[in-house]
Design a protein around this ligand. Structure first.
Ligand code: PLP
Length: 448
């Protein structure tokens, strides 16, 4: 007989894990959850300061979601959306998503994950340009440090070496442009607006150099999450959108983390004034209770798809589980809870306290930069605050802090650039926010 720990080491191949280190240190086995807390198999209670992987917005014990799943499982555990098939939960969910989306969005395509949503969005941008008779317009512009997933196309857009190394990515035509990160890359004394202008000018130069007739779309997370919680400088998206418009390039907003209240509004697009042509979403769409994602597109794109399928015969993409009725029913109930409990309003009212506690960490000797919007934030750890000198990579300072936090009852996440990221369930209260940042302070003191 194996213990769970032994069986994990022997049989499980873990994503985003150093495999030989895993053999030595073994798994963190999570057993159960309640509210914003999870318990490991040793009985230790932890605040889930990352909502799992930026997704469990309603925490770990929302009975309405359990009931919605059970009801749909009993009524119809599976159907699909191919060849004109549909189900009530998939229809209702599509309607609700389109109704809550930014102006211009008219159709919803259901998938199973963020990566699948991003892959589908890329295919849609290509399909659109083929429909318009401009087959050369295919390159996607993404940003360094962006995270868009791991499938062959989405992983090609992700701008993080550890996602691409060893896998022969990028494998589709991509241009990676600069990351908007004022703390690191703005010139001394440069205002947000001036920095944003410089980034937009640089983007435009790269578009002109490559030829706008070769570029299909620009993809961006409103707030970069897995790349270290990078918040755009004022004016950034306004200026970028003006450039894209001039060159007839689509804007794909990757809302996989920002969607559903994370930044204090329904969408990151709402917070930053983005008018997307395509939106990808997943994660908080079902509060992580079941896998589901959605791609939302404008009526203009849909009309082009529709005319093109008259020529080709069929819109030839989709997945067995896209629009799964149980996932759709759970997502629909999640959206109802967001509305009934005014969850996005709650985020706005908790955000000042969350931000205050993060900003207070600026006084810690290890912290060079603090940043947050809504209920997502990060601190960036540095060896020297004045010169912003980083720690040697081998120190893995953010990983050390992440592991230390666990000893103080908190799950947070080490992110690139020695960032420690925070993304708690949206139902967190002020006292729990205090507990969270007290634990962060203790963890930083441990690694000092
Ligand atoms: N896009 C963004 C912005 C993400 O943060 C992620 C995952 O973290 C993805 C896409 C990929 O989603 P998934 O892991 O569900 O494939």
């Amino acid at each position: 007989m194996h213990t769970l720990d032994e069986a994990d080491r022997q049989f499980a191949l873990h994503p985003f894990t150093n495999l030989s280190a895993h053999q030595k240190q073994g798994p963190l086995i999570i057993d159960r959850g309640e509210g914003v807390y999870v318990w490991d198999d040793q009985g230790n209670r932890l605040i889930e300061g990352m909502s799992g992987l930026w997704c469990a917005a309603l925490g770990f014990s929302e009975q309405r979601l359990v009931d919605a799943a059970a009801k749909q499982f009993a009524a119809l555990p599976y159907s699909h959306m191919f060849s004109h098939h549909s189900t009530a939960p998939a229809i209702e969910l599509s309607k609700r998503l389109v109704q809550m989306a930014p102006e211009g969005i008219g159709k919803c395509f259901l998938v199973n994950s963020g990566s699948e949503a991003v892959d589908t969005a890329i295919k849609m941008a290509w399909y659109y340009n083929n429909a318009l008779g401009r087959p050369g317009k295919k390159t996607i512009i993404a940003r360094q440090r962006a995270y868009h997933g791991v499938t062959v196309a989405a992983g090609s857009l992700t701008g993080l070496p550890y996602v691409q190394d060893g896998f022969d990515l990028p494998a589709i035509p991509v241009i990676h442009v600069e990351t908007p990160h004022a703390y690191r890359f703005a010139e001394p004394g440069e205002s947000d607006q001036a920095y944003s202008t410089r980034l937009a000018d640089s983007l435009e130069r790269q578009i002109i150099e490559a030829g706008a007739d070769t570029i299909a779309a620009f993809i961006a997370e409103p707030v970069m999450g897995a790349g270290g919680v990078l918040i755009p400088p004022d004016g950034y998206f306004e200026k970028v959108q003006a450039v894209l418009k001039r060159h007839d390039i689509l804007f794909i907003a990757d809302e996989v983390i920002c969607g559903f209240g994370r930044t204090g509004n329904a969408w990151g697009c709402d917070t930053y004034g983005i008018k997307p042509d395509i939106m990808t979403s997943a994660k908080q769409l079902s509060s992580a209770y079941l896998p589901i994602g959605a791609v939302l597109v404008t009526d203009a794109l849909y009309d082009a798809f529709s005319q093109y399928t008259d020529k080709l015969g069929v819109f030839g993409t989709g997945n067995t589980y896209g629009g799964h009725p149980v996932s759709a029913a759970v997502a629909l109930e999640t959206l109802r809870i967001y509305e009934d409990d005014d969850i996005f309003g709650q985020v706005r009212s908790r955000a000042p306290h969350f931000s205050e506690r993060i900003q207070a960490l600026q006084n810690h000797p290890l912290v060079g930069n603090t940043r947050s919007v809504g209920l997502i934030g990060a601190v960036e750890l540095v060896a020297d605050k004045d010169s912003k000198t980083s720690f040697p990579a081998a120190d893995k300072i953010a990983v050390q802090a992440m592991l230390a936090a666990r000893k103080h009852g908190l799950i947070v996440r080490a992110a690139p650039g020695d960032a420690l990221a925070f993304c708690p369930p949206l139902i967190i209260n002020d006292e729990q926010i205090d507990d969270m940042f007290d634990a962060v302070t203790d963890a930083l003191n441990d690694v000092l």
